[in-house]
Design a protein around this ligand. Structure first.
Ligand code: SF4
Length: 281
């Protein structure tokens, strides 16, 4: 298997590896800058593969085994963020036990009563007790549980600013950008293409807000957590032009939640939207 030379024994055993760099991919390419991948150079192609905007197979000179090797090397480090986070549930609950929930509640956009902190996620209330146990009238899904606990114990907290930034501008976003594009933005774009009314329906289903955005056919703001506003801007396909979909984040997200939790929330949302689209035909 293709391994980063700087990967430690511990990282190999734990499956947590250093990000695959464009240079590592570049070294496996023809390096002829022929342009068959529609990019001006092999280095640009390598960077695009890491960013998730090109697939290794888009270079016709890479052998199937090299394509498989690079694809595999790109996948495992993020193979299951939820699973990766599950190991730290005990730690999150331990930290939460040391926090005064009644003091934290107003700062993070929640409420506190009868020993329970209540946090709204996409229009649904979730209640957290002092031991980090969560209850709700609806089903508690794993991709909400972990980010919600991370959000509560986060020592610094910023109110929403109204300034939108891209995923790559969030702290650590650059490392996760390729996966974010391939698991969140791209599948959601295809979903919106195939289900033209879907994004509008989400406004009502998840307590979202429509925004008027220049150059977007539809833009909506969702709150997977009270102070984690994200903006989905979609432009439908037109003539020969492909559709475009971008997910932006209020600048406060960079302070209020680790990048891994933000990714977990977004990929969970997209999977849930896909299920909704399937169920409603
Ligand atoms: S097609 Fe392959 S060899 Fe040609 S420029 Fe792109 S990456 Fe380089």
């Amino acid at each position: 298997m293709f391994r980063s030379p700087s990967m430690t024994r511990e990282q190999q055993l734990s499956g947590s590896r250093k990000p695959l760099t464009p240079l590592e991919i570049y070294n496996r390419l023809e390096r002829s800058n022929c342009g068959r991948c529609l990019l001006p150079s092999c280095l640009a192609f390598a960077a695009a593969v890491v960013a998730g905007t090109k697939k290794p197979s888009d270079c016709p000179f890479l052998s199937p085994s090299a394509v498989a090797e690079i694809s595999q090397a790109l996948q495992p480090r993020f193979s299951s963020p939820v699973q990766e986070q599950d190991g730290s549930l005990d730690q999150l609950q331990e930290k939460l036990a040391t926090i005064d929930l009644s003091t934290v509640a107003p700062r993070i956009g929640g409420t506190y009563a009868n020993g329970l902190l209540t946090i709204n996620s996409l229009g649904k209330d979730f209640h957290v007790d002092q031991r980090g146990r969560m209850t709700s009238r609806c089903h508690i899904i794993p991709w909400v549980r972990m980010p919600l606990l991370s959000y509560v114990i986060n020592p610094t907290h910023q109110q929403p600013t109204g300034n939108w930034i891209s995923f790559r501008e969030l702290e650590g976003g650059l490392d996760w950008q390729g996966l974010f594009h391939s698991r969140c933005e791209n599948p959601l774009r295809k979903l919106a293409d195939a289900n033209p009314g879907l994004l509008s329906d989400l406004v009502e289903l998840f307590n979202a807000r429509s925004e008027d955005l220049f150059a977007a056919d539809i833009a909506l703001v969702l709150h997977p957590l009270p102070h984690i506003p994200l903006l989905i801007a979609y432009q439908a396909p037109e003539d020969d032009l492909e559709s475009k979909l971008t997910i932006l984040f209020d600048r406060c997200c960079a302070t209020n939640l680790p990048i891994k939790s933000i990714f977990t929330l977004c990929s969970g949302l997209v999977r849930m939207f896909a299920r909704i689209a399937r169920q409603h035909g």
